[in-house]
Design a protein around this ligand. Sequence first.
Ligand SMILES: *Cc1c(COP(=O)(O)O)cnc(C)c1O
Length: 452
Amino acid sequence: MSEDKRRALPSVDTLLRDPRVLELMQAAPRNTVVGAAREAIERSRKRRAGPPEDWAAEIAELVAARLAPSLSRAINATGIVLHTNLGRAPLATAAVSAVHAIASGYSTLEFDLHSGTRGSRADHGRAQLARLTGAADALVVNNAAAALVLALNTVAQGKEVLISRGELIEIGGSFRIPDILEKSGARLREVGTTNRTHLADYESAIGPGTGAILIVHRSNFEQSGFVATPDPARLVALARERGIACLHDVGSGLLLDLARWGLAGEPLVADAVSSGADLVLFSGDKLLGGPQAGCLVGTRDLVASCRRNPLARAVRADKMTLAALEATLALYDDEETARREVPVLRMLTEEPGSIAARARRVMALAPARFEPELIPGASAVGGGSFPTAALRTTLVALSPGESGAHGLALRLRLGEPAVIARVQDARVLLDVRTVLDAEVDALGAALQRVEA
Ligand SMILES: *Cc1c(COP(=O)(O)O)cnc(C)c1O
């Protein structure tokens, strides 16, 4: 910027005298407007083009940006049910109410009403998890990655942990089993090969320095062909015989058998528990359909050791998580209730006809200029669960023509609420499996608002 233009920059006071800037103070705190005015001046000092055409408009934009939360509601029209980047599992109504009730006042988070003295945070969700999984005891922490670190640190710090080379997986978001394992203070001892690992591989690797066998569910991919993995129950028996622990990270936290809906291959938590593993670990916000949490269930001894580990304090769950988890687990006492009320389960098991009906509603609300039509397609489960499943769905296809599908998808993302859609060939595809009934009108309005 030239010297002249810089000298011409207004002062904050001058900008604040502009009636249009003053008006902003009716909707935003004075400090926010003053900060935005300072930022506007600072920007034009740095900007090659110099001061903006319209100072008030620039300040209004900066005020809006300061007030807007970076975390905002979005409509998931991708059809990916457990979309990690879109917050994974939406909560059940009962869970949302529980969070609201607990978060808006005081609670018995660590208070025993009978004795009137300190209670334990670790008791929330404990009995429910034990009952639903068949385990003797349970502990809830911040997420499953934390549960794994806590379990390994408790059981195998300074010792070797045996894991099959076929299970040294990356979950995504820089979560790699070998790295997590090293961070826990345990030492990785790989056994077997990528495609085939046998009981004998574990057997011959066990020595005086071995602390545990870790079984990790391969979550986000499947192996087929010339492959072999020992049955978990046989690994448990081996571990018991040699006096070491057997941990099973099942990942998704599936509590209900979904085979009837074409979803098979994901381990049920109760099966992992009944195979005898000392600790079984899983996420709260994958197939379980609750809040972000890590659940550890297993023997009384090992769960107690995890609870006493100082690391447990560093990865503890907060009261909103515990409230949401308890309310979600309560729905599982009746399978049909869980399937209807837990959004993840409802979306995964929704009848194709019901999805098609919602797609027709969305199509009717879409502007004619996008030539909306219904086409058959497939939804994915996501969240590293049932990686190869393709669920039959009905897509609303939009053809934006000249302006291009990527352009339309971008304008939908930048709208309010943000709509996240798929792009394929020259079309934008809306998979309404993951669009809640209550969001249909908002989605229609969002489609009406975007320009062609
Ligand atoms: C997803 C997953 C994790 C991590 O769970 P978070 O709750 O996201 O921390 C760990 N292990 C397996 C096998 C998983 O699939």
